[in-house]
Design a protein around this ligand. Structure first.
Ligand code: ATP
Ligand code: PRP
Length: 229
């Protein structure tokens, strides 16, 4: 039996995963099986990586912060949108420059053009999975947001009259367009971040630093390749 320390890395399944794998490959940090198809939630990685045995957790994007904050994972990869919504107590040592999009307030064209006229009695109905961000945004404008929490397909809510606006990520704008919505305001740019448990940063300093360094090189390489294309 190996007595090497275990380094646990939480990966978001879904759209970030596909862009994460080439970075891991560059860092020689590949899972031993295909994480895009396996039903296993914990997958082995390299047996000896900077003196550690590596394992990966394959979980929903919104859960990565929790696993890393609680120390069930030493490191994780999470979108900045989720970090700003949940504000977990984690370090954020590296921008991986993948999963790029922006968090926006959007609505039907007419409603966006109507602006403040839509807001009756200082309240607005907002469909989102970013409840705190949406509430804060409207509070700063002196408007009370009645948040309708949804788990996806936010663009539908204004179409069926359930919400006035949505707060959601936009990349190409195709989903908005296909549903007759337009952007009203950009709240912030989003990309995926490497996050680290603060205790692991101390107790597994060498390994955590090695992951940061190797992934930093992988990001640099990816940017260089993109520039030359
Ligand atoms: P789940 O599928 O678990 O319900 P989800 O739909 O939020 O959650 P993904 O769509 O995989 O999961 O999104 C994960 C992260 O990817 C988001 O938190 C965001 O940082 C980024 N992201 C989401 N949509 C886009 C997009 N259209 N383009 C680029 N990045 C995106
Ligand atoms: C995400 C997001 C938007 C869409 C934006 O949805 O919630 O709907 O991508 O991307 P676009 O600007 O390129 O169209 P996703 O595909 O993850 O589905 P979901 O709504 O179920 O989360």
């Amino acid at each position: 039996m190996s007595d090497k320390p275990i380094l646990t890395i939480a990966l978001s399944k879904g759209r970030i995963l596909e862009q994460t794998l080439p970075l891991l490959e560059f860092a020689n940090l590949m899972p031993k099986e295909n994480v895009q198809t396996t039903r296993k939630l914990m997958v082995d990685g390299p047996e000896d990586w900077a003196g550690s045995k590596v394992r990966f957790l394959i979980i929903r994007a919104a859960d990565v912060c929790t696993y890393v904050e609680k120390g069930a994972a030493d490191l994780g990869i999470s979108g900045r949108d989720l970090l700003l919504e949940y504000k977990p107590h984690v370090y954020e040592p590296l921008d991986l420059k993948i999963g790029k999009c922006r968090l926006c307030v959007c609505g039907p064209k007419d409603a966006v053009e109507a602006g403040d006229a839509l807001i009756t009695g200082g309240r607005i109905r907002v469909a989102t999975k970013y409840d705190t961000i949406a509430e804060d945004y409207y509070r700063k404008q002196g408007v009370h947001a009645d948040v309708i929490h949804l788990y996806g397909s936010m663009e539908l809510a204004p179409l069926v009259g359930m919400a006035d606006k949505i707060v959601d990520v936009v990349e190409t704008g195709n989903t908005l367009k296909a549903n007759g919505l337009v952007e009203e305001a950009t709240l912030f740019d989003v990309s995926s971040r490497l996050i680290a448990n603060p205790a692991s940063f101390v107790t597994k300093k060498k390994q955590v630093q090695a992951v940061i360094d190797q992934l930093r090189e992988a990001v640099k390489n990816r940017e260089k390749v993109k520039e030359s294309e």
